[in-house]
Design a protein around this ligand. Sequence first.
Ligand SMILES: [Mg+2]
Length: 197
Amino acid sequence: MKKDLYLDFDSTIVNSDKAICKIYNDTYKDYDGFVPADWTKHKSWAYTYICPLIHELEENSVQVIKDYYGRKEFFDNLEFYPDAKETIAHLTEKYKVIICTSAFPMNASKKVLWIEEHLPNVDEIIILIDKSGNGYGKSRVAMMEDDAIFIDDHPKNLYSTNASQKFLFKFKETDYNGSWDGPVVSNWKEIESLLLK
Ligand SMILES: [Mg+2]
């Protein structure tokens, strides 16, 4: 029987930060004090460092960022991290691949359709929508099947489940990914050699 492999979506499979920066740059490019947002410098969930004009000019900056995640442009510009698509295609041959992702009411259906279009071979999609925005991490999904594996870029999510093996996807340093002392993977080639060799 195939083992269950749970994969986070945003900032694990796809470069969500890059798509957010594109919307920010298109929106604010003509404003005073605009500096193009560079996703490689992203550090905080709220994009405080690289998208400062949202925080200076918008009344509800967190809501603006949530809205970005639901925009058509977000999904039009969404790119896989290098080798993610090919590796996931191979992983589906050996594992039951389950995408487990938090979403907002505005972006959940678009996210599912994007996954269906770009990753048609994944076995299951679990979408968690916590309308309060505070969230329980991914603790609603216990991941208690024998030898379940879970990969996510956020330590809070890893800590919240009971998967047998958990890996932090650490493409780069951020404000929120330092508090993890378990195993780390930093790119999809590494995941391929870890899970398919
Ligand atoms: Mg994530």
